[in-house]
Design a protein. Structure first.
Length: 257
């Protein structure tokens, strides 16, 4: 139970990093496209490494440890990943939302303020991250959970700044943009509590939950981050960011795990 509490608190800290990273918006109004590409790519790289080293690999080991054969464990992870990706796919297609660079997705709406469309998009992005942190701690490995929480927190900081700068470009005030960044980060502890609570009720579900969180994050990487880093010819900056984020998260997981 202590790890569940720690996981919920860690997901809160990781979420608050979104607002902390947005603090420079009080002094800076714009970011170059190249910096935005690197920042977004960095977040995608951290998430990509987290899916592999902090969720899929340990989830497979846990499934085997629960008495499944390696083939059965692999099948559990495959199905869990597809379920997580499918859940995000359904959410993206049924909740109206708008990305800062890709534009509006989901059902069309004319009576919803644009800022709330952005908030919904960020919520769909952050929820699986918080769930991953909560599930990571629930697996019983404190070091692995800490590595995952630090990695998600690190990728949230540049992401928070990009979000706040994008809001400033839409003529929202600096304080308003900062407040939105902090509020959207608070979605992560909700995901952390959900993930940790599910595991506390049924420990055999842990491999499934880890695979589900990995699938949800893979969907975010492929559907949101990579397309957004490919805009306006900044693919190389996005690729650089992804590689940097991947190796940082890999180092954290290996060194702390």
């Amino acid at each position: 139970m202590n790890l569940i509490v720690v996981g919920s608190v860690a997901s809160l800290v990781a979420g608050l990093a979104t607002g902390i990273g947005a603090l420079p918006v009080l002094f800076v109004k714009t970011l170059t496209d190249r910096l935005q590409g690197i920042f977004l790519g960095f977040g995608g790289g951290v998430m990509l490494a987290a899916t592999a080293f902090s969720l899929i690999v340990p989830g497979t080991d846990l499934a085997v440890g629960q008495g499944n054969t390696e083939t059965q464990a692999a099948l559990i992870m495959v199905l869990g990943i597809l379920l997580g990706g499918g859940f995000l796919w359904l959410a993206h297609n049924n909740f109206p939302h708008e990305h800062f660079f890709k534009g509006q997705e989901g059902p069309s709406t004319s009576n919803m303020a644009r800022i709330w469309l952005f908030v919904v998009a960020i919520t769909l992005h952050n929820f699986p991250e918080g769930m991953a942190v909560g599930v990571g701690f629930s697996g019983g490995s404190l070091s692995s959970g800490i590595a995952l929480a630090i990695g998600i927190g690190l990728q949230n900081m540049p992401e928070g700044l990009v979000v706040a700068i994008a809001l400033r470009s839409l003529n929202y005030s600096s304080l308003y943009a900062l407040g939105v960044a902090f509020l959207t980060g608070l979605v992560e502890p909700i995901g952390g509590i959900v993930g940790a609570s599910i595991i506390s009720l049924a420990q055999p579900l842990l491999p499934w939950a880890m695979a589900f969180a990995a699938g949800a994050m893979l969907f975010v990487i492929s559907d949101e981050i990579i397309p957004e880093t490919s805009r306006k010819g900044i693919q190389q900056e996005g690729t650089l960011g992804i590689m940097l984020g991947f190796v940082v998260m890999m180092y954290l997981d290996v060194a702390l795990g």
